[in-house]
Ligand binder design. Structure first.
Ligand code: PSV
Ligand code: MN
Ligand code: MN
Length: 430
């Protein structure tokens, strides 16, 4: 028997926090009422919101300098699912897991699906990986994968993506996320347009193999590991590719994959307008693709992204159905705590953006009331909706204070005993 956190334990922890929550919830309810906002509607929205956790996020990440594994790390994808189960059990906002192949390859996918179901989890978009050489792989991706100059290497990378679709079908997923590291490190190393043409030819093969109800998410990234040019470097390249491929291809926005100071929320708005927004890899950053915890450095930017998303949702923008996923590297924290906290911050941004009266905002904008518009947005951002998030968790049998409950449960200590050979999984060190 492996250790798990019982519903009784969560109930007992919640009882200690219930009275304070009721007080805070009532006070916030009165404040919102004065602003014409019904707190119950906000709580219902919080309860309906969901974001996927990355299977690779529950292992300790690292940098190219070092990795410092924590105790009781998941040893394989089954352990990872157990950890994802705890994140959802306590936080109640992460009912899906985004797998990464080959890191999560197993012999029996129906067993993996059952394992996930035992935690009330299902699978979200499958991430392919042609940015590393897998064990026993015939041809290397050192000089590229889907855009490699050698047709054999390209064919191998295409084949890998087709295998990811097959695995995804078995797991009940309906999307493939493709991020490639292909690019160049030296001017003259690669023909910029020829590389893009090869990308299109490879993606065409993958696109044509997609099952009827599937989508392919194209993930752009400005730089790294290619430091001179990257084939799918920006939303322009991604949009060009997705447009040429067809309606099943859309553009995935990883918040860390842009130049500093880029107006990401405007990119999001444009992609919504073009019906090409696939979804997100949420994380935070200060300098580059830092993969820091969502909302930890710049929660205002996260909120402004959600301002566009909620605007699109409420006006029922055509084709708007983004896949929300987290993509972070937890190098110095307990990954379970980081993911609980990050999902909470993402959900917070969603609820904060939901506070804005869209009709009033449109009216002040129409009058060019500059500060009026800004104040409406800012007022929503500075509203502490923590009681709404806690109440949403309580009503869904989660923990009022999920990180405190996790710590009190001793889950990590138990896993350290149960997983003596941990620290070995190849989980998210990119
Ligand atoms: C690349 O930086 C990336 O963000 C891609 O989404 C990968 O799938 C992910 O990291 C995990 O390595
Ligand atoms: Mn990503
Ligand atoms: Mn990244």
């Amino acid at each position: 028997m492996t250790f798990s956190i019982s519903a009784d334990f969560i109930g007992a922890q919640n009882r200690k926090a219930e009275a304070a929550l009721a007080e805070d919830y009532a006070a916030l309810g009165r404040q919102l009422e004065r602003r014409g906002v019904d707190i119950e509607k906000m709580t219902a929205r919080a309860m309906a919101y969901a974001v996927a956790v990355p299977s690779w996020g529950v292992g300790t990440g690292g940098t190219r300098f070092a990795r410092f594994p924590g105790p009781g790390e998941p040893r394989n994808v089954f352990d990872k699912i157990d950890d994802c189960g705890v994140i959802h059990q306590l936080g109640r906002v992460t009912p899906t897991v985004s797998p990464h192949i080959p890191w999560d390859k197993v012999d029996d996918y129906s067993a993996l699906r059952q394992k996930a179901a035992s935690h009330d989890l299902t699978f979200d978009a499958v991430n392919s990986n042609s940015f590393q050489d897998a064990k026993g792989q015939k041809l290397s991706y050192k000089f590229g994968s889907l855009t490699h100059a050698d047709p054999g290497t390209r064919a191998q990378a295409v084949e890998h993506n087709l295998e990811c679709i097959e695995i995804g079908r078995k797991l009940g997923s309906s999307a493939l996320t493709v991020w490639i590291a292909d690019g160049s490190n030296f001017p003259g190393q690669s023909n910029l347009n020829a590389a893009f043409d090869r990308y299109m030819a490879s993606l065409r093969e993958i696109y044509d193999a997609l099952p009827k109800d599937w989508s392919v998410f194209l993930e752009h990234k400005l730089y790294e590991p290619a430091f001179y040019s990257t084939v799918i470097s920006d939303w322009g390249s991604s949009f060009m590719a997705a447009s040429e491929l067809g309606p099943k291809a859309k553009c995935l926005v990883d918040l860390g994959h842009h130049a500093p100071n880029t107006n990401i929320e405007q990119i999001v708005a444009r992609l919504i307008r073009a019906q090409k927004l696939a979804g997100f890899h949420f994380n935070d950053s200060k300098y580059g693709d830092d993969d820091l915890d969502s909302g930890s450095v710049d929660p205002f930017r996260l909120f402004l992204v959600f301002n566009e998303l909620v605007d699109a949702e409420l006006r029922k923008a055509p084709g708007f159905n983004p896949a929300y996923m987290i993509d972070q590297s937890h190098n110095v924290t307990d990954p379970i705590e980081s993911l609980i906290q990050s999902a909470n911050e993402i959900q917070r941004a969603y609820v904060q953006a939901s506070l804005i009266d869209r009709a009033v905002l449109a009216a002040v904008q129409a009058e060019s009331d500059v500060l009026g518009g800004h104040l409406l947005v800012k007022q929503a951002f500075v509203t502490d909706v923590s009681p709404v998030l806690a109440e949403a968790r309580r009503r869904k049998s989660g923990a009022i204070d999920p990180i405190a409950t996790y710590r009190a449960s001793g889950y990590r200590r138990h896993k350290a005993e149960e997983r003596p050979d941990s620290g070995t999984a190849s989980a998210g060190i990119v």
